[in-house]
Write a protein that binds this ligand. Structure first.
Ligand SMILES: Cc1cc2nc3c(=O)[nH]c(=O)nc-3n(C[C@H](O)[C@H](O)[C@H](O)COP(=O)(O)OP(=O)(O)OC[C@H]3O[C@@H](n4cnc5c(N)ncnc54)[C@H](O)[C@@H]3O)c2cc1C
Length: 383
């Protein structure tokens, strides 16, 4: 059988795209080497927010957040969206004000708060006088496994085939695209590589070097002191360089903040060859060291004195596929008709997954990048 589209990767991006393509009548096959949500999508913090200074990304995040709110109605499955709000704390008033302006401009709810208002939201929080605060009331988080599962089941309902335990080894072109795997060979008119950190490695044999860095992302979970009511929302604490959110009733999840890069004009972004993916193991997972777990818990307990007794319960350090400007790549590879890549989600792609799937389906069917996706083209990088 020749498929219309084969998607390599059963994460959030692959499954959302499969759902959107099959809904529009395409014969779709998803090949996943492990089980659904085997890599980043199964380890993500799954925070759903719109707080971005990059306007295109903020818009896609806003539309995706609306989709998450209506997920059950749209897919027939539940992503378990919990609307907690996002509190942003920063000592960089210019950058926080800029982002609030972007959100207001696109019509997303977000406001600057004074200390008294922050105290109403988080009564036991400790704040300093040189900090500024913003609150995005619609933000929250979802169950990432349920989300990917929902996309996949909905795709199956529209006729998509999803094969787990099939590892793609090689992509080549004859009349159609030929996908060789450890379980046989498949053929399709178009291919989407949505294989996360493995994407550049799958493309390499075609002689194409994607501008991707593999970036370690240290996560630590802490036991919440019994009965503690602090930190029931998503917190971005840029002053102390971490983000946190509740995980179930008894845990708090903590990860690092990174500076959002400013989007530069087309072709302007040079790629630092020293940070390249080629000498890395895309499936590496590490552990955090004691110093970092202590630094996270110290930062949390200074901010929330009620959490001074928290202790770590588990940790891991996965790799992210990051682009030089921390924005995704959604494009057809130049010189390779019908071969698309969806990668470089740069540590914030889960929240974008509903719209990424829609945008990609449009792109693959029409052959023309939708206006949204232009900001995510490969041509913005100077290789
Ligand atoms: C710790 C952590 C926290 C994060 N927090 C957030 C957050 O709060 N909010 C947010 O929006 N984003 C967050 N992200 C980012 C987000 O999780 C990712 O952007 C998103 O999950 C990427 O989805 P994906 O489908 O592109 O990639 P993946 O989920 O990595 O999926 C790629 C799939 O391809 C499969 N694959 C790879 N090679 C092959 C092959 N050869 N053959 C077949 N299959 C293959 C893999 O097994 C995998 O299932 C976080 C990420 C991490 C790791």
């Amino acid at each position: 059988m020749i498929y219309d589209v084969i998607i390599i990767g059963g994460g959030a991006w692959g499954c959302s795209t499969a759902m959107n393509l099959s809904k529009r009548g395409k014969k779709v096959l998803v090949l996943e080497r492990g089980y659904l949500a085997y890599a980043q999508s199964g380890h993500t913090s799954a925070i759903i927010r719109q707080f971005y200074s990059h306007e295109e990304t903020a818009k896609i995040a806003m539309l995706s957040l609306r989709y998450f709110r209506d997920f059950k109605q749209k897919t027939g499955f539940d992503a378990h969206f919990r609307q907690t709000g996002l509190l942003v704390i920063s000592d960089d008033s210019e950058s926080i004000k800029r982002t609030v302006e972007v959100l207001k401009k696109i019509g997303a709810k977000c406001e600057l708060l004074d200390k008294d208002r922050v105290k109403e939201i988080e009564p036991s929080i400790s704040l300093s006088n040189d900090e500024v605060f913003a609150f995005e009331p619609d933000a929250g988080y979802v169950d990432p496994i349920a989300t990917v599962w929902g996309f996949a089941q909905c795709a199956k309902g529209f006729g998509a085939q999803i094969l787990e335990g099939v590892k793609v080894k090689k992509i080549s072109r004859q009349k159609d695209w030929i996908i060789e795997s450890d379980k046989g060979t498949f053929e399709s008119e178009k291919v989407i590589v949505a294989a996360g950190t493995n994407t550049p490695f799958l493309i390499r044999d075609l002689g194409f070097n994607l501008p991707i860095y593999l970036f370690p992302f240290p996560m630590c979970y802490y036991r919440r002191p019994y009965g503690a009511k602090s930190l029931m929302r998503v917190i971005f604490d840029s002053t102390n360089n971490y983000y946190a959110r509740p995980e179930g009733e008894s845990e708090i999840l903590v990860g690092p903040m990174h500076d959002e890069m400013t989007y530069a004009e087309s072709s302007a972004i040079a790629v630092d060859k020293n940070l390249y993916w080629a000498d890395k193991n895309p499936d590496w997972i590490g552990r955090i060291d004691f110093d970092l777990s202590s630094a996270y818990s110290r930062a949390l307990s200074i901010r929330f004195p009620e959490l001074s007794e928290i202790h770590p319960s588990r940790d891991f350090v996965p790799l992210l596929d990051v682009t030089p400007d921390w924005q995704p790549i959604i494009d057809e590879l130049p010189g390779f008709d019908g071969l698309f890549v969806a990668c470089g989600s740069s540590g914030h792609g889960f929240k974008l997954s509903p719209l990424i799937g829609e945008i990609f389906a449009d792109f693959v069917i029409s052959g023309k990048p939708p206006s949204f996706a232009r900001a995510y083209s490969l041509s913005r990088f100077r290789m």
